[in-house]
Design a protein around this ligand. Sequence first.
Ligand code: ADQ
Length: 460
Amino acid sequence: MSRLVVVSNRIADPRKPASGGLAVAVGQALEASGGLWFGWSGKIVENGTPGEGDLHLQQAGNVQLATVDLSREDHDSYYLGYSNGVLWPVFHYRLDLADFDAGYIGGYRRVNQMFAHKLASLLKPDDIIWVHDYHLIPLAAELRAMGCKQRMGFFLHIPVPPPLILAAVPAHDWLIRSLFAYDLVGLQSNTDVSHFSRYVGTETSADILGEHEFRAYGKTLQVQAFPIGIDVDEFTALGEGKDAQDMYAQMRREYSRRRLLLGVERMDYSKGLPQRLKTFRQLLQSYPENVGSATLIQIASPSRESVDAYAALKQELESLCGSINGDFGELDWMPVRYIHRNVARKRLPGLYRAASVALVTPLRDGMNLVAKEFVAAQDPEDPGVLVLSRFAGAAEQLPEALLVNPYDTLRTAETIQRALQMPLDERQRRHQALLARIREHDVYWWRHQFLAALAAIPAP
Ligand code: ADQ
């Protein structure tokens, strides 16, 4: 059995279940093969030299954890700049929010080179390397340039935009070319695969060998959709724990006479938060029976606050919540409870279960695991309803949710009203179908599918 090496911007200690399903699933595969997990330590060295960083090695059970520090300059250009100021907005179709500062790409390349350099010294010839996400697209190309011949796979957690949006990124051809250094590229949805394929067909001289196979730059690359899932059993067990039960009981007490609508995410412009609040206002206007009887709890945890677009979003949300509460609130009822904090993972299932309707309405999302967690947390006898954006990767897998266009405030409000009034038997039917699919395509299925596809590719 080959050793598995996982590389991601941030790593988690796989022994701590609080890290979430993905860390546990990846951690198990690492544990089984005596693997290595490599990434940034999270430490920023204020006066550090760009392109240099200390390597830290630590053993966590059967898994070796290797992390590297970043200098302030590298952190700002690689992480805040190119990864989160260019790639994140563009891949979420937001050219208007991208900051194409010409200085960022140098930092991005430099950190990928440094990671490759540090990692190469730890590799064995028959390792299987699995790289995660947009921070590390050129990592394989850098490793190949150093002579590494191991099998390498890449999974992109965010969407792939249509070709002409991708083509707006300065040096997009370099970026996509560097993907060809991998043997396998995994994407979240079929839409993403089709965008990638159209980009390759129009913007490169690659040969399209088959629906999922491309040949260019002397390399064959396989590209396939592997929709990521959750650990349903872990989440169900969390739901049975004391913290989740207490949360549920508290919510039911507080909202005994009221319906609860719930949104949970990182505060990110891809999640469609302003549109959601405007839709909730519309709901109160169009269906006044909800005034005084429906409450939206919106949890939006702090995220990337030193990137300008995120600071602007925070202000917009505060103002929208303030105006809805000011216009509709009563002495004993506030329509929106907005919380700018994280909810502890062990309490989350209780909150999901107490909600009648989940509003998962991103403008774009690679997958969206909140949608799947909400379904997994429901009482099958009396389940809540999932209102899901058709622009989340999860929509391809979850057609029994009520799918909406989050830009269409009127019709989304109509759909939320339908969710609030949905008869019990329809709720049960939809929930059963959703849960079966989420169970079948869970995070272990995802890991297995990806690693099996990678292992099936002959070593170069
Ligand atoms: P994210 O954009 O972070 O992930 P998502 O998949 O919805 O989005 O959430 C990841 C996890 O964070 C979930 O387990 C959720 O419970 C937790 N979480 C989010 N907000 C929280 C809050 N306020 N408090 C507590 N927990 C919270 C990226 C992509 C997604 C893709 C994932 C995995 O953007 O599209 O689904 O990676 O590939």
